[in-house]
Design a protein around this ligand. Sequence first.
Ligand code: GP9
Ligand code: MN
Length: 434
Amino acid sequence: KASDLDQIKQFVNSNKTLANSATYGQAKGKNVIIFHLESFQQFLLDYRWEGQEVTPNLNAFYHDQNTTAFDNFYNEVGQGKTADAELMLETSLFGTSSGSAMTNYGTNNTFQAMPALLKQEGNYTSAAFHGDVGSFWNRDNTYKNWGYDYFFSKAYYQNADNPDYNVGYGMKDKIFLKDTANYMQQLPQPFYSKVITVTNHYPYDLDDKNISINKTNTNDKTVDGYVQTARYLDQAFGEFEQNLKDSGLWDNSMVVLYGDHYGISDNHKDAIAKLIGKKELTPLDLANWQKVPLMIRVPGMQGGINHTYGGEIDVMPTLLGLLGIQDSHLVGFGQDLFSDQNKQIVPFRNGNWVSSEYTKYGSNYYVTATGTKIDPKSDPRAKVAIDAANKYVETSLRSSDKIVQGNLLRFLDKQDVPKNKTKDLSYKKSVGMK
Ligand code: GP9
Ligand code: MN
């Protein structure tokens, strides 16, 4: 009902943050390149195995003076995994409590999505790139509905079906990224683009010629190949970066890297403990295990490691701030990570949460900084903060579900929905660029 939307808008508006004047508009007019690091966890950055950096290129990007890297940033996906990450990043709505929202609602719902919004606000061309079939996670339909001008799925790549070019869900990242860089160079600027890698995906298989680091030795078969495919992804990124530098795109683009969700599920506790050098895992270790990278490189803007607590739901408002685009009409559930008014509460799809102060894990609470368990009943100050966080998290998730499941954004005023000019496109028939 339309009245449900009004209530939700009140909640959303009461959580709007004031932009940070130091970062607002720093990337205005620049191309946007979102580079999706499949199944990539934060712990891999600067991680060493047998004395070697596993991901030297990503580490260099992490420490680049123009990169702002959030080291308290969490994935917030549900069953929709990659698709949930995409939905959060581009609409600031959560995946649904079960199933994949992109699959179930991507085709027909009304959205305020990044591609259409940037087209409207900055005449951006938009393109998504992925080396799997276009229909996976209902991407082809959802992307049209979000306003993507182009979707370069597997069918657009040369010899994409060559068995030697594929592993797991799709094309090997290095091969996929070569053509991707060529296509990208031909896009009209400014453009908004996202590049979804796939090789670093469970079960972390790789052909011998692409292996350049030994497996880890946790003796957990599903875990030990992870550093090998992560290394491969790192090299693929390194090649792509070089390509962007050669073509001049690197210096007029905001490059955003993020990990979509865990690579090693917390069912593998013994192996995780070995990887991070601990005897036993605490609930806080397990919450930390959900950290993924968010790194944003803006040419000319001073970066650094930023400790603000946030998650995937916050990316859209954060990027809009950097691009100097107002988000006052956005009905979304994230907050600009650069704003001083950010609540720093990170809801997970299972109702757990992490904040800069406290962590809810199962039915217990902990001090985030120390991992000390606390009982809110005997700590009135903590209780106030915890009750407020619980309420914020529950309201956010419930409201987001109502919007997605009830297609409530169709009740928005027309001028608050960015015009969709690609709804009737057929990516399958549209001609690939040469
Ligand atoms: C396949 C890929 C995998 O196209 O994006 O999705 P995931 O299994 O990680 O959700
Ligand atoms: Mn994924």
